[in-house]
Design a protein. Sequence first.
Length: 127
Amino acid sequence: MTEWQRQEPKSALHGGPDRDDRKDGGDGGAPGTGVVTKTRPKTKKPSMYKVLMLNDDYTPMEFVVFILERLFNKSREEATQIMLHVHNRGVGVCGVYTYEVAETKATQVMDLARKEGHPLQCTLEKE
C-alpha cells in the first residue's frame, strides 16, 4: 500500500458513505494539494510604421510609380496618386507595416533606386 492510500480511508477514495463532501474542495486537508492555474500573458499588437517616400528633383515620376506598383502592390491609379502627392508635398506614405516589414521595404526601394542610378529616399515613421 502506498503512502497516499494509507492516509485516506478506502471509502473516501471511491465515493463511499465516509466521503468528505465539503464545498471548499474536499481534499480533507491532505498536504501538498491545490489547484494550479496557468495565466496566459496578454499579447500586445506590434507597433506600426509608415514608409515615407521623399521627393527629389532627379528621380523620374514613372520610376516612382513603378516602385509603388512593384514593392508596395499599388494599382497604377493608386501609385500615380501617391507619386503626385510626394511630388507636390515633398513626402508621401507608401504603406504602413510592422517595423521589420517597413524597414525591408524602405531598403528595397533605395537599393533598386541606386541600382538604376536614382537618389530616391525612403524613411520610417512610427504611426
